[in-house]
Design a protein around this ligand. Structure first.
Ligand code: RNT
Ligand code: ZN
Length: 422
């Protein structure tokens, strides 16, 4: 960056700082607060949810479309791509991996036999970058999930296989947390459900509950591993009935003191997960968010800077619960450069967090308490055009990552030099 550009960014920041200070917001403090938040970046955007097991079929009712060149084919390629994206994103974050990204070095280890050692390369890599790792058991893209049921399967042998997988994954999560000094969130999502109308909605749900009970009964250090459960409305092939619905998991999480995961794409189109945060947090200790973007259905588009994203981040900040909400990304788009996808989605998430942190929430709450709803709306609307972007640019500068769209040239260069040669 030219010294002149740098000066311009700094002087715009000083002006913004003075404007926010009038409302009692200290922008320097806000940037320190933002730097402490880790966003969990989903590794599966880098290879279209393929994993390293050699399977080329993605099942479980989720889908990636697009055939952009350069998808990572090996663990080293995926980590190289992730490191590139991380270098374009301000702050220290986490990478979210799935059990299907195990490295068994040619040895046969089925999902129920996975061990911490199969993820040693991920841990070594995370240590060199100073990042954390999150984890997910993989209950899809496997022969024993082919008929659409896993933890709620009516065959006790198949259920047992998946219960063992769930337990193995909690131990791996604890290994991540212990090794990296950042607790690992291990998130359970199962695809179980029916395409058409079930005659019995109750029995599969009872079996899912009992399987989860068995998985959670295994003794795993909760200082290092945090268990989360993720519900869903429908998937491809489970349009009529999903065993693990939101109601099921909300009740399960509250009763069993586990973290509830809310995925932005797993609700009816007009429902917002932003409104669910304050309700759920009265009954569960922690939430995990899968920040995603549904377009007409649970399409998992790259997160853009839209109203929904801003509402979610505002809710976290206004409720003062940033230490109780784990923010993870969940999107997979194979139609654009995958490193750009990570960079766009993560930078947008951080921008929305920053914008929310810059809000003089105390003032808005005071207007509200006094019944001055006119001032509440007036200030909320004026704040939308406050110079929060100048604060963002300064943050990128200070964190030594490209300012504004300068990251794109870096991604294009990497595409030429690395991705197109694959
Ligand atoms: C599926 C869930 C789940 C997956 C990942 C790959 O609908 O959102 O979180 O996207 O586990
Ligand atoms: Zn999700």
């Amino acid at each position: 960056m030219m010294p002149d550009d740098q000066k311009a960014i700094e002087s715009s920041y000083e002006q913004a700082k003075a404007l926010y200070a009038k409302w009692g917001v200290d922008t320097d403090q806000v940037l320190d607060q933002l730097a402490r938040i880790r966003v969990s970046i989903n590794c599966w955007q880098g290879d279209d949810v393929r994993g390293f097991e050699g399977s080329d079929e993605l099942t479980g009712g989720i889908q990636v479309t697009g055939n952009y060149p350069g998808a990572a084919r090996t663990p080293d390629e995926l980590r190289q791509d992730l490191a590139k994206a991380l270098s374009l994103i301000p702050g220290k974050h986490k990478v979210n991996i799935h059990a299907m990204y195990a490295e068994t070095k040619g040895a046969k280890a089925d999902r129920n036999e996975l061990k911490p050692e199969h993820f040693q390369n991920w841990v070594e890599w995370a240590k060199t970058l100073g990042i954390g790792l999150d984890f997910n058991p993989t209950y899809f893209s496997h022969p024993l999930s082919d008929d659409g049921f896993t933890l709620s399967h009516q065959d006790p042998k198949i259920r047992q296989f998946w219960i063992e997988h769930g337990i193995a994954c909690r131990h791996i999560g604890a290994y991540f947390g212990r090794e990296l000094g950042v607790p690992c969130v291990t998130n359970t999502w199962v695809p179980d459900g029916y395409k058409d109308l079930p005659a019995d909605r109750l029995a599969p749900r009872r079996r899912l509950m009992e399987s989860l009970d068995q998985i959670l009964a295994a003794d795993v250090d909760t200082r290092h591993n945090i268990d989360a459960v993720e519900g869903k409305l429908f998937g491809i092939g489970s349009e009529s009935y999903v065993v693990g619905s939101n109601d099921f998991y909300l009740a399960y999480a509250a009763k069993n003191n586990v973290t509830l995961c809310l995925d932005a794409g797993h609700f009816h189109p007009t429902e917002s997960i932003a409104d669910k945060i304050s309700a759920a947090l009265l009954f569960v200790d922690h939430l995990l968010l899968h920040v995603s973007r549904p377009v007409r259905w649970d399409s998992d588009h790259v997160v853009v800077f839209d109203d929904e994203l801003q509402r979610i981040m505002e809710e976290i900040i206004r409720s003062g619960v940033s230490d109780r909400v784990f923010i993870a990304l969940d999107f997979f788009d194979g139609s654009i450069n995958r490193i750009a996808a990570w960079t766009i989605g993560t930078r947008n998430t951080l921008k929305a967090l920053l914008k929310a942190m810059l809000e003089p929430t105390a003032v808005l709450k005071e207007y509200e308490a006094k019944g001055d709803l006119t001032s509440r709306l007036a200030l909320m609307e004026e704040l939308k055009s406050y110079p929060w972007a100048a604060v963002w640019d300064y943050y990128c500068l200070r964190q030594n990552v490209p300012v504004r769209d300068q990251w794109l040239a870096e991604v294009k260069r990497y595409e030429q030099e690395v991705l197109l040669k694959r």
